[in-house]
Design a binder for this molecule. Sequence first.
Ligand SMILES: [Zn+2]
Length: 112
Amino acid sequence: MPIFEYECARCGLVSSHVVMGSSRRRERLGCPQCKSARLRRVMSSFAVVESEASRLASFDASKPRDDSYYRDSRNVGLWAKKRAKEMGVDLGSKFEATVEKARSGKLIKEMS
Ligand SMILES: [Zn+2]
């Protein structure tokens, strides 16, 4: 369900709205504070897909991870990358390829 954030042109309040269907329905939206219908769409902070770089930046290697974390295949290899970065080690393209394989599930097949 798409959630968009709108900034009120009159009072500046930013409010989140779930927008369903066509964009024509947006005319119904109004500011919850001053009831103005003059809303300007702003970039939603949680709708933006994180790049790997930002995932790495926000990744804390010192925190223990539970199983659910590793079930997200995008997180495979992040810990190793983070540690390597901290130690100034270049893992090289071979490591990148290994991570990519692990993420797509090919690594398990090759090992067995
Ligand atoms: Zn307003």
